[in-house]
Design a binder for this molecule. Structure first.
Ligand SMILES: [Zn+2]
Length: 298
């Protein structure tokens, strides 16, 4: 039997028979791959650890002539090692990312794109949980001292870095699905929504804007009336929220994106809602993720 290999990430593992594992991998070369790792449950030490969910490594497998399940020989871990299990929040977010990769159609022709989507998301999770909190965590608290319950996770904290990692992953997922809205122009009248020049990701008007699934961003004039036709999939966006998206999508962006207090929670609702419209469903693990802030006005 031909032994093939590919860089891969473990999406899911289940016990199979007495000593085996059923493993679903996202591979860089072929997309999703289901296989049996014979005897893997009896492995100890490094061998046993290598089939944990989110393990990144080089998989060696023999392809069955008739297709179906492949026979997985071994998985040699590669850096970065996503040892996220000790951090509950980081692990939950990483699990949410990997569940998207179970839900979406991953065509083998596009395998590398999807693989890099997940690898990048996991790298950001790892970075978010290992970076020390910034020396100035109180900076945002001054922004809205009266209503701390409406605040984002404070800028510079792990919760804030994880919330940004989620937003970036979801925006990159829109690219992979081929449904990225054109953020810079109104889909109704075609007008450019950003001011241009220095700080060019500041919206040209105060808003409110609207993210309308499936078409895109609407300016205040073209916004769909509430309760009207199509409004069920229209999400309000403030100028700060649209500005943060612009900054995140900027190809010349300097790291990190500028702080936009209060912008993450509204964006989460809008972008996740937009994704749900296109994907037809959402990962079940979404219910386990903490919201970026308490919902406004509810
Ligand atoms: Zn318009």
């Amino acid at each position: 039997m031909n032994i093939l290999r590919s860089e891969a990430i473990v999406l899911r593992r289940r016990d199979f028979k007495e000593r085996d594992l059923l493993v679903t991998l996202l591979t860089r070369d072929r997309g999703r791959l289901d296989g049996v790792a014979k005897g893997a449950r009896a492995l100890t030490g490094r061998g046993a650890a290598s089939f944990q969910a989110l393990t990144h490594g080089m998989v060696f497998f023999g392809e069955k002539p008739a297709g179906g399940l492949v026979s997985i020989r071994k998985l040699d871990p590669l850096p970065p090692h996503f040892t996220l299990q000790p951090d509950y929040d980081g692990f939950l977010l990483a699990s949410y990312f990997s569940e998207w990769l179970m839900l979406c159609e991953v065509s083998p022709a596009d395998a590398e794109r999807w693989f890099l989507l997940l690898l990048g998301g996991l790298e950001q999770c790892l970075e978010a949980v290992t970076q020390p909190d910034s020396a100035n965590p109180g900076a945002h608290a001054q922004h809205n001292p009266e209503k701390p319950q409406d605040a984002d996770p404070e800028i510079g904290t792990k919760a804030h870095r994880l919330a940004l990692a989620r937003l970036e992953f979801e925006l990159n997922l829109l690219d992979c699905l081929g449904v990225q809205p054109k953020w810079s122009r109104c889909v109704g009248c075609g007008r450019v929504l950003f001011s241009g020049g220095p700080g060019r990701w500041a919206p040209a008007e105060p808003g409110p804007f609207q993210l309308d699934a499936p078409s895109g961003v609407r300016c205040p004039t073209c916004a769909l009336p509430p309760h009207g036709r199509g409004s069920r999939h229209a999400f309000p966006l403030t100028a700060a929220e649209l500005g943060l998206i612009g900054a995140l999508r900027d190809p010349d962006r300097m790291e990190p994106p500028p702080p936009a207090p209060g912008a993450l929670a509204g964006l989460e609702r809008a972008v996740t809602g937009f994704l749900e419209f296109h994907a037809g469903r959402l990962p079940r693990s979404l219910a386990l993720l903490p919201p970026s802030s308490s919902p406004k006005n509810s």
